[in-house]
Design a protein around this ligand. Sequence first.
Ligand code: SF4
Length: 383
Amino acid sequence: MTDNHTFSDNQTRKTWTKQQILSLYNKPFLELVYEAASVHREHHDPNKVQISSLISIKTGGCPEDCGYCPQAARYHTEVKIHELLPVHQVKAQALRAKQHGISRVCLGAAWRNVKDGEEFDQVLEMVRTVTKLDMEVCCTLGMLTENQAKRLEEAGLYAYNHNIDSSEDYYKEVISTRGFEDRLETIDNVRKTSITVCSGGIIGMGETIEDRCDMLRILANMYPQPESVPINALVAVEGTPLEDQKPVSIFEMVRMVATARIVIPTTQVRLSAGRTSMSQEGQALCFLAGANSIFAGDKLLTTPNPDIHQDKQLFDQLGIVPQAPFEKHPQRPVVEAKDAEVHALGERPKWSRPGHKIERNELAKAAGTINGSDEALVETKSE
Ligand code: SF4
């Protein structure tokens, strides 16, 4: 049953149930794609696709345990750690991206959460610098307090990415170092500003179709809905716990894109990780089903991605043109650091660590150097 609520801005809010979304997902394939393509045409220009680029501003060494991520310090992968990039290097990379028709840049740092201090000030300067190039800037920096979100807003940030990854139930199977509610709290903190929300997830991690639909239910029932929803297909990286996962089929990907398009009709649905294993025809089917953004560049943070020249060739074949920046939402002015009104509070928020065991505590316990009651102390100090 659909439950409609009318809001003062005359928007109609539809509350989706998991069952409704499952019924859509499981429709005969061509019927689903036709319906999604029709919804897409009502809200978007079907011949425009936004090209975005991801810059890894701080790579690897992350204390989290996301089972899909080669940047987690605890997994043995070939990711090369680098500390926070200087602002001029990020500007140079963004300028190169702009020359290729890329209108949005996502700055990603492998952090558990943002900490006030020099490094965050440097990120704020990156946001100001890249925004002044007339590009949409998105950041993905981990968990964020309300005050930090306000500082990013002042710097001109256009979007903040914080994926919910999967259904709440399956999330626990993939990540133990923070709770699902922490993700929602960060999204709420971003929503207290005018920064747009980018939140989506990953398929192919071993979740069920029900989990996928439940993830879409959570996103679709947010109010307002996220302005951007990335749909990633897992890129199974050797050395991570999910290294043996089989790739998802193109039909599963198209079903996911089409279902997202129907339940979140005005958002930018972004084809994200996993495009290297899709044929050009498969990607065209995703565009037909409502995907209207891709990530370009030979790397997506640390995993492979198609080359921009291949993407341009595909666009030419399909008669697709790149979407200009700020077409969907206007950009606000950038406030320089010296004029900022929101200042660091030096907060030390306690984000959750549900069921998390710190490996060195376990080793120490096994070696008999700490007992159970000491463990809590060591865990607190390590945050
Ligand atoms: S996904 Fe982000 S938070 Fe999770 S391990 Fe990777 S870098 Fe860290």
